[in-house]
Design a protein. Sequence first.
Length: 364
Amino acid sequence: MNVQSICEIIEEFAPLALQESYDNAGLLIGDPQMEVKGILICIDITRDILEEAIQKKCNFILSHHPLIFKPLLRIIEQNNVQKCTAIAIKNNLAIYAAHTNLDNVWQGVNFKIAEKIQLQNIQVLRPMAHRLLKLVTFVPKSYSANVRNALFEAGAGTIGNYNCCSFNSEGTGTFMANEQANPFIGEINKLHTEPEIRMEMILPDYLKNRVQAALLKVHPYEEPAYDFIPLENEWNRVGAGVIGNLPSPQEELDFLREIKVIFNNPVIKYTKLLGKKISKIAICGGAGSSFLSDAIQKQADVYISSDFKYHDFFLAEDKILIADIGHFESEQFTKEIFYEIITKKIPNFAVQISDINTNPVNYL
């Protein structure tokens, strides 16, 4: 099993195309063809993590946070990023990060948090927009099943929990081939009519090239007619944060105390209690203050996230209870997701979860 094969397993679950524009997820250091002897899973890349990987004979490090966010102009070991990069290169270590792409996917970071607090009826808090396309193509009726199945296989036709979704309507296509054409059916310089199926299905924009290639490979016509149409629809399976309901309503302080235990929090920062039982909970692991308005709009009773600034807490305005549980604390269970992704595909592979707490924040 080489580095590239491990990357493909991770990206099947969390495609790199779903990371935010500022992010730098993916393979950051290493030879894609290098054989992987062991995988070490962590949240952050530090020198201690690299030493742990070397000691445990793990030459692939799978991290949530990227070591490198900005281009490195030089590697002269002046700071932590440069030092860690140099150590990784010297010791032939591959470093891979799945960050906001793992945050944004269904069953990603926020779903793991929701699982820990037993939320039900979970939905994405802020679904992605402008990421869906509609494919419309026209296929000879007798070839429609072959083309449709090829497009499904390439990833088109998924809507929520439903796969193989398409709409098909019958009609008549017309065309006239000129002397340079090599028509599949019809004759040169004669108008041809053909019973055809108008086929429509939805796909994520990052699958466009794959779906287009599948269409052109299987479609019988020399010049297939097709359109990719951008959609305004929100993609309700992908996006920032989640929102769901507790199994039963709880008192505010009881819930906060429970959260403190689940996340092993030394401290939780929270806004004024609203004096009511809570049921609807919004979550965003990591820095999620920018999604507070979404939680309020969707009438969440509590918003669990981290990295709120002082003035952000005022934005609760007695409409919601904000609970800042800390950045590292909110993402600590990401290691479990990584472990599940790898061991599900390659059950007997050497995968280890780091023993090191890389949280840079300390508490008194």
